[in-house]
Design a protein. Structure first.
Length: 240
């Protein structure tokens, strides 16, 4: 597997991105990896998923920094200051920008490395799901499958509520018809269970399943990562 950092440009702005590419690069399906809040494009989880998907499965992965994260973080900001900046910019504007940037990066990477832009998966938890749902909807028939989770249509956190655009999320979630795995943390202290279940009901995919685990928002088990990568590869690789 080859790891490459690159940038794509949209409307005069640079989008910091990363690619993980299998050794054999021919019309590779690709998974877009959306990180959670206070993370960045090169987090360990992304590398572990990319390694599992590339090795023996021939699936490439792409990641970009979220709004005010990673290479786009404002110097001197604390890890959660991105929330105030998202609210100041406008949550709808940030959702729109992130969706456009993902599509720009996918197009640029497809041209650069011969990715199969018609066979796309999406993975995103928490903030990665928040901004990934509009991307999944925008991909339309190009989206073959998605893993979304640790996110819902309700929160008791004041800043999370300020960043929320629940009606927009509902509208885009209802447009997602590709096979879907929705991961739920049963004891999530940021996104209560009822809001996570409401989101699951909103997805219109005829092939959707739920992986529910006890534990708080930030808990991830090794077998969760394996289950996520197996779901993605099963729907994206030719033997599926």
């Amino acid at each position: 597997m080859t790891e490459a950092m690159f940038t794509a440009s949209r409307d005069g702005h640079q989008i910091p991105a990363m690619a993980w590419l299998p050794t054999q690069q021919q019309e590779m399906p690709v998974v877009l990896l959306g990180h959670g809040g206070s993370g960045h494009k090169a987090i360990d989880l992304h590398r572990r998923l990319a390694l599992q998907l590339a090795t023996g499965m021939g699936v490439a992965c792409l990641a970009i920094d979220g709004p005010y994260h990673g290479d786009r973080a404002v110097p001197g900001d604390d890890p959660l200051d991105y929330q105030k900046r998202v609210v100041a910019e406008g949550p709808v504007a940030v959702h729109t920008r992130m969706c456009q940037e993902w599509l720009t990066v996918l197009e640029a990477a497809s041209k650069a490395w011969g990715l199969d832009g018609t066979a796309v998966g999406y993975f995103g938890l928490s903030m990665g799901a928040r901004y990934g749902i509009p991307v999944c909807a925008a991909l339309g028939a190009r989206l073959r499958t998605a893993v979304l989770g640790k996110f819902g249509l309700a929160t008791d956190d004041p800043m999370m509520a300020a960043m929320a655009v629940d009606e927009l999320v509902r509208r885009f979630a209802a447009q997602i018809t590709a096979p879907l795995l929705h991961h739920v943390q049963w004891n999530d202290e940021i996104f209560p269970l009822h809001g996570q279940l409401e989101l699951f009901d909103t997805f219109t995919s005829p092939e959707k399943s739920m992986r529910a685990r006890p534990g708080p928002h930030h808990q991830t088990r090794a077998d969760d990562v394996t289950a996520w990568s197996e779901h993605l590869s099963r729907l994206l690789t030719p033997r599926s």
